[in-house]
Design a protein around this ligand. Structure first.
Ligand code: FES
Ligand SMILES: [Fe+2]
Length: 375
């Protein structure tokens, strides 16, 4: 992509179009995104709870790069490319606890700080220098209960990219102190990851596609607030009001500390949401598997004072909304794949989609780095 193309694409996005349809279906674009977006931005790979003690590790993938995050004996979190320096085997799988990271292929053994401790029979080779074979580092940062990894160690920190959104989220009730993790779920959706993020960033579809949700919060753009910052976006909407003498039938008992819904996106593929009612937050992270396939991981956190039956009702409500969204995004993917609509068109109330599309265009052009990443 030349600068001209990027400028053209940006002006195309500014004038109210979505990204070209081909960007949601082409293998070449998918490969470029892996390299230019997912290997150089902050990806959630799991929960800090799973890294509580020395030797605990979790694994994940950023773009094409397998990564491992481990807590070392001094208590620090270290992130590494999870690929052996000998002949490139994946070193560890899944999650667990180990005192060293030993490769299953020829038993090269790395310490929790990434240094090569031993390589069988290497002692017999005078020229063998273990210090040349440390694991390659990736950047690690914790936000609330989530562990993020960035394949580019020179990237600005996650905290700096989030800016003041955490303060704004907290002011409206979204923070993790006092919440406990209640649910982990993984699913696959037959749509491009960008379709999922875009769908999360607009509520134009809410009155049409989410009948229960629309009885919970205000879904009229005059009543919700949209905010975009460099690498984040957020929608905040109040509990639905009773109007014209008629009472709203809420989909569940909304008694609780939270009086609004909020829907937050961290560039590129992590979202958080909160609904009115008891304090509860759901994080979603999206891992692109193919141009038309995305793995969705969700983690739910709830105020432990919430009665178990209420936790269940809230969970069922979230599942219902997620199923409605899944049908929508899978339908969009099929429509985009037809290539009969060269690009979509955005209305004013979809302006957070435009913000996201703009970030995609900028990230895809290395000519605009590092300027845009530090904005
Ligand atoms: S590939 Fe890891 S020890 Fe050989
Ligand atoms: Fe939706």
């Amino acid at each position: 992509m030349s600068m001209t193309t990027t400028e053209e694409l940006v002006s195309h996005v500014e004038s109210g179009s979505t990204l070209p349809a081909s960007w949601y279906v082409d293998e070449d674009i998918f490969r470029l995104e892996q390299e230019r977006i997912f290997e150089r931005s902050w990806q959630c790979v799991g929960l800090a709870d799973d890294l509580a003690t020395s030797g605990d590790f979790i694994t994940g993938k950023v773009g094409r790069v397998p990564v491992v995050v481990v807590r070392d004996k001094a208590g620090s979190l270290n992130g590494f490319v999870n690929v052996c320096r000998h002949r490139a085997s994946i070193i560890v799988q899944g999650r667990g606890n180990r005192s060293t990271l030993q490769c299953p292929y020829h038993a090269w053994t790395y310490g929790l700080e990434g240094d090569l401790l031993s390589a069988p029979r290497s002692g017999a080779e005078a020229a063998f220098d273990a210090s040349r074979f440390c694991l390659e580092k990736v950047a690690v940062e914790v936000f609330g209960p989530f562990v993020f990894v960035n394949g580019d160690v020179s990237s600005p920190s996650l905290a700096s990219q989030l800016g003041d959104i955490t303060t704004r989220m907290r002011a409206d009730g979204l923070f993790f102190e006092g919440l406990v993790h209640t649910e982990h779920s993984v699913s696959e959706v037959a749509a491009n990851w960008k379709v999922l993020v875009e769908n999360f960033n607009e509520c134009y579809h809410c009155p049409v596609a989410h009948p229960s949700f629309s009885r919970l919060v205000e879904v009229d753009p005059d009543r919700y607030r949209l905010e975009e910052a460099a690498f984040t976006s957020r929608a905040v909407t109040p509990l639905r009001e009773h109007r014209n003498g008629s009472k709203v039938q809420y989909p569940y008992d909304v008694t609780g500390e939270n009086t609004c819904g909020q829907y937050v996106t961290f560039w590129p593929a992590f979202t958080l949401s909160q609904s009115p009612g008891p304090r509860r937050a759901v994080g979603f992270y999206f891992e692109p598997l193919a141009p038309d396939r995305t793995r969705v991981v969700s983690e739910t956190f709830v105020d432990p004072a919430t009665p178990p039956e209420q936790i269940e009702i809230l969970g069922a409500f979230s599942t219902e909304v997620a199923k409605e969204d899944q049908r929508l995004v899978e339908g969009v993917q099929q429509g985009l794949a037809s290539k009969r609509i060269p690009h979509g068109t955005l209305l004013a109330s979809e302006r957070l989609v435009r913000h996201f599309d703009r970030l995609v265009v900028q990230a895809m052009d290395p000519g605009t780095w590092p300027r845009w990443r530090e904005s």
